[in-house]
Design a binder for this molecule. Structure first.
Ligand code: CP
Length: 310
């Protein structure tokens, strides 16, 4: 039980329940470390990690970088917009050139689903998926579940609602896999056009009425509209979307029970969630970000322990 079952973190789909428990236990230890006056451990002193971001990021990029530095790894940051990718270099060539500089691990965010999986087969390094298109965002789901557990304990049989643009969301799919591994009941809510039909085959319940869905849940994870992945119109107008699927204080108070409000960020305030709700006592949005560092430390440490005998 003290080693992960996988050599790379490509998606939650490839993990088992023991992997999740091991990551959460390890994150507990690192959370204690990062709350000390000296927030660093020497565990990965001789490991070099390259963060390859082919898509924009604030939270994930900074959180990985900080996690690596807290573990004393050497860190390289690569942004595709300032690189020779712009001159036509392929992904595999780019990564192999970086690996020639004696890099051990690659953290990659890419708009193409499957890019981390391809790398894991073609290059000689440990690969961590930091978000691949609309496919998976495994460390986000891990930090989300870890944050939920802090609020409501064991997730077995808890009711977890994911609201909004499910069809374009890598966060939704990774959360569904991680929540189901822990025995949670998962429901998604949004307009039919933003909910993929295959989710019913995964045992996920679908509700189009947000007020009904809120009454059912212990936790509501609000997602933004991912306009950058939309090639057509999925609903009549933002005004209409806000009316039916925006989380307002009135809606929350109407539920008559305390539910935990989450959002992976970035938030579009006033669209999927109002500022009043995002900044309320029910919201754990900034706790999610804080927990992200400990979770990423745990993932990196456990993969290094398995692959480099640390
Ligand atoms: N939650 C998340 O992935 O945020 P970023 O896009 O800022 O990394």
């Amino acid at each position: 039980m003290d080693n992960l079952s996988v050599d790379h973190l490509l998606g939650i789909k490839f993990l088992n329940k023991n992997d999740l428990e091991l990551i959460f236990e390890t994150a507990d230890n690192f959370k204690e470390v990062i709350n000390r006056p000296i927030k660093k451990v020497p565990s990965l002193r001789d490991i070099t990690i390259a963060n390859l971001f082919f898509e924009n990021s604030t939270r994930t990029k900074l959180s990985f970088e900080l996690a690596e530095k807290r573990l004393s790894a050497d860190v390289l940051n690569f942004s595709s917009t300032q690189s020779s990718v712009k001159k036509g270099e392929s992904l595999i060539d780019t990564v192999n050139n970086i690996l020639s500089m004696k890099v051990d691990m690659i953290v990659i965010r890419h708009s193409n689903p499957g890019a981390p999986h391809l790398l894991s087969k073609k290059v000689n390094a440990t690969i961590i998926n930091a978000g691949d298109g609309a496919h998976e965002h495994p460390t986000q789901a891990l930090l989300d579940c870890y944050s939920m557990r802090q609020e409501i304990g064991d997730l077995n049989n808890k009711n977890i609602l994911i609201v909004g643009d499910i069809i374009h969301s890598r966060v939704a799919l990774s959360n569904i896999f991680a929540l189901q591994l822990q025995g949670a009941n998962v429901k998604v809510c949004g307009p039919h056009t933003l909910i993929p039909k295959y989710l019913k085959d995964f045992g996920v319940k679908v509700e189009t009425d947000l007020d009904k869905a809120l009454k059912w849940c212990d936790v509501a994870n609000m997602l933004r509209l991912q306009n950058e992945r939309m090639s057509e119109s999925y609903f009549p107008s933002i005004r209409e979307y806000k009316k039916y699927y925006g989380l307002t204080m009135d809606r929350l108070q109407n539920v008559n029970k305390d539910i935990v409000i989450m959002h992976p960020g970035p938030i579009n305030r006033g669209v999927e969630i109002t500022s009043e709700v995002a900044d309320s006592n029910n919201s754990i949005i900034l706790d999610q970000v804080e927990n992200g560092v400990a979770i990423r430390m745990a993932v990196i440490y456990l993969l290094a322990k398995k692959n480099f005998d640390r």
